[in-house]
Design a protein around this ligand. Structure first.
Ligand code: SP5
Ligand code: ZN
Length: 354
């Protein structure tokens, strides 16, 4: 039987080619590449899914989540980099930060706005791995539009809609990008669901990495529950500085965030239990709709994480989410093994398909 869940898609993702990640100062090949979502789309179309084009939404839907200074930086970063001549001298063809307005640098002082183009990215980016090139902004905008279009369809009565977002989004906070992400597509979808009538929304993040950006954006919010099951950052994994179980949301809304960190090597049993725990917590928080931040990098074959989830594990996670009885926007996050990524997303959506 054909997959009945629609796939929202933007061709604009192809405009984004980060090419590389700068890790410990070394330029290494990018893991987050265009063939990722092309492989996902091919697998879903082969399973009979309908492809729906992403509809352009007003900036207001994105400004509901992100600081305007971050958005104007992202929209103009590449053009400014090029105008400053940096691709020729010193020969850097992507926007990369080099100095950061670290709290330890500034103490009580407010940062200056740097006069040098090459000093500005550090004010908005928290790592060196998330490069900006000529089409990055258009692609990120297209991914956000895909998430918004999926949220519109779910608000209009569809029970499950999949947004094939690229670049991914869950590491981006209100004010800073990183982790191969530029706009927080899941957070943008959640705010859209609220705007269109859901009083409370739950975000269930099953990417292998902690959804730090989503957690941060809704930290003080009772009306958007956030939960993440991920490889324990305290065992040496990105985002390294946060993502523990003790992070439960601001005091006034304690319990509105739930983290389930797992040890490297954890497989289906522990991971699916973590997904259940988060879905249950979202329900307890009164969620009327869900956003599933679907990273398939927790799979055993993925090069970016040590978790060992199988195809059946992802299928079971899909069932757990749909058994909540809540409508759900599914947003693509990570997943880097080109050979299996399409089948992993398909397995998850099959688990969700009525
Ligand atoms: C959306 C998502 O899954 N983002 C994950 C970003 C985590 N990347 C951290 C990579 C850490 C260093 N890996 C070394 C490989 C160098 N190419
Ligand atoms: Zn990830």
């Amino acid at each position: 039987m054909a997959l009945s869940i629609p796939v929202v898609w933007s061709d604009d993702h192809r405009l984004h080619d980060p090419d590389a990640e700068i890790w410990v100062g070394i330029r290494t090949p990018a893991a987050e590449t265009a063939p990722r979502v092309e492989a996902i789309r091919d697998a879903l179309v082969a399973a009979g899914a309908d492809v729906v084009p992403a509809i352009r939404h007003d900036d207001a839907a994105i400004e509901a989540v992100h600081d305007s200074a971050l958005l104007s930086f992202l929209a103009s970063a590449w053009q400014e980099w090029e105008r400053a001549g940096l691709p020729e001298d010193p020969g850097q063809d992507r926007v990369v930060p080099y100095i950061f307005p670290h709290p330890g640098l500034l103490g009580p002082l407010a940062p200056l706005v740097p006069a040098a183009t090459w000093a500005r990215p550090g004010a908005f980016c928290f790592d060196t791995m998330t490069l900006i090139g000529p089409g990055t902004w258009e692609a990120a905008r297209g991914a956000a539009d895909a998430a918004l279009t999926a949220a519109d369809l779910v608000s209009g009565g569809r029970s499950t809609v999949y947004a094939c977002c690229r670049p991914p989004g869950h590491h981006v906070t209100r004010t800073a990008y990183g982790g191969s992400c530029y706009l927080n597509n899941a957070a943008i979808a959640a705010e859209r669901l609220r705007e269109l009538g859901a009083a409370r929304v739950g975000i269930v993040d099953i990417d292998a990495h902690h959804g730090n950006g989503t957690q941060s954006i809704f930290w003080e919010r009772a009306d958007v529950f956030t939960g993440s099951v991920h490889v324990d950052p305290e065992t040496g994994w990105f985002p390294h500085y946060l993502g523990t179980a003790s992070e439960t949301g601001a005091d006034a809304v304690a319990g509105a965030n739930r983290n389930v960190p797992l040890p490297p090597g954890a497989g289906d049993a522990d991971w699916v239990r973590g997904v259940e725990e988060i879905v249950q917590a979202a329900r307890s928080n009164g969620a009327e709709a869900l956003v599933l931040a679907l990273g398939v990098d927790a799979a055993g074959g993925d090069p970016e994480s040590p978790l060992q989830v199988t195809m059946d594990g992802y299928r079971e996670a899909g069932r757990v989410v749909v058994n909540s009885g809540l409508p759900c926007v599914v947003v693509q996050e990570g997943g880097y093994d080109l050979a299996s990524i399409g089948e992993l997303v398909l397995a998850t959506l099959e688990g969700m398909d009525a």
